[in-house]
Design a binder for this molecule. Structure first.
Ligand code: NAD
Ligand code: ZN
Length: 344
């Protein structure tokens, strides 16, 4: 089968031919209907050899949808041919966090050698993918897989970050969203769908700010030395009650710190390597800084339901397997509008 793999440090993604995997006991094989590209794929492909821990070769794709193709021994209650989305942050399934569906915060997964598909385990950027357990599948129902696939990460991750700050998204409050890429453009729609907050979008690119307007941002601010003053002006000097940073680079983190309001929330979602110092004399009274990771299984169900209402939709650029390397290059150069999705 065709697959997109990262095979050699520093060489980027490659399209290869590999064996179709067989599901072991308890596992499910999906025939992939769509797989999304995430900037986190570049995070790991840009790592130096001594920092890279995801195994080689690695089949990419931590956003995946598919139809059930073959069941491993003992799998019941699931029907061949039914469409599913993959819940990616796999945990042990037994601990306190996993028992709440918050497998993204399983403290045992790493020690047990459990890794998400595409981030350690073979991912969905292939004709077939193995899902280790039935609980990691969420029914897709009538959603179009190509349009829905990125809700498993570019939807779920912002949803998880935003839901945790929901009480700060009151009418009259201001939310700053930074980095209007795959995650950010869905994040804006989620804030608009679940709150009456005013949204200020920040990016370095005019095209991304146009997309931000299209998906519901009230104001747009280009990321620059003047951005903090402009946001202060737009908030009547108070700053923003919530800041969601979907870039996580030093300039956006510095901006987050400069514009967060008293008792406000900063959620650093992007993994661009920036760092914020927080403390009594460093951040406004009561301000909270958090770096959330992915989301829970029930939140994935909620994001898919939000998409069913029509309130949230992913702007998708479609690519075939043979164009996967081009799609990844465009993602690296910041040229993707919304999310790039591989359609087998
Ligand atoms: P993307 O490439 O689609 O979007 C990134 C956006 O950030 C682009 O629009 C880019 O123009 C913008 N940007 C870059 N530098 C900027 C700056 N200085 N100021 C303002 N905007 C800037 O990436 P994505 O797939 O949406 O991922 C976003 C980030 O989130 C990445 O770092 C990714 O690795 C990370 N991520 C984190 C989690 C998590 O669980 N915490 C999950 C998925 C992705
Ligand atoms: Zn991701």
């Amino acid at each position: 089968m065709k697959a997109v793999q990262y095979r050699e440090i520093g060489k980027g993604p490659e399209v290869v031919d590999i064996e179709v995997p067989e599901p072991a006991a308890g596992q499910i094989r999906l025939k992939v209907t769509a797989a999304g590209l995430c900037h986190s794929d570049w995070f790991l492909m840009d790592l130096a050899e001594d920092q890279y821990t995801y195994g080689l070769p690695l089949t990419l794709g931590h956003e995946g949808t598919g139809v059930v193709d073959k069941l491993g021994d003992g799998v019941e209650g699931i029907t061949v041919g039914d469409p599913y989305a993959i819940y990616g942050p796999w945990g042990c399934g037994q601990c306190h966090e996993c028992s709440q569906g918050r497998e993204n915060y399983c403290p045992y997964a790493a020690d047990l050698g459990i890794a998400p598909p595409g981030l350690g385990a073979p991912g969905a950027m292939a004709e077939y993918v193995i899902v280790d357990d039935r609980r990691h599948l969420v029914p897709l129902g009538d959603l179009d897989p190509v349009e829905a696939v990125s809700l498993t990460d570019a939807g779920l991750t912002p949803y998880h970050a935003i839901a945790a700050a929901q009480h700060k998204l009151y009418p009259g409050s201001v939310s700053v969203v930074m980095g209007i890429g795959g995650l950010g453009h869905v994040g804006i729609q989620i804030i608009r769908a679940i709150s009456a907050a005013t949204v200020i979008a920040v990016d370095i690119s005019d095209e991304k700010l146009e997309l931000a307007k299209e998906v519901g941002a009230h104001h747009t601010v280009i990321s620059s030395a003047e951005a903090a003053d402009r946001i202060r002006e737009l908030t009547g000097g108070l700053g923003a009650q919530t800041v969601f940073d979907f870039a996580g680079v030093q300039p956006t983190i510095d901006l987050a710190k400069a514009v967060v309001a008293i008792d406000g929330f900063v959620h650093i979602v992007g993994i661009g390597g920036g760092v914020m110092t927080a403390g009594f004399f460093a951040t406004p009274f009561g301000a909270a800084v958090r770096a959330p990771y992915w989301g829970s299984r029930s939140e994935l169900i909620e994001v898919l339901d939000l998409a069913r209402t029509g309130a949230v939709s992913v702007h998708v650029e479609r690519y075939g397997f043979d164009d996967a390397v081009t799609a990844y290059r465009r993602l690296h150069e910041g040229e993707i509008r919304g999310r790039a999705v591989i359609v087998p």
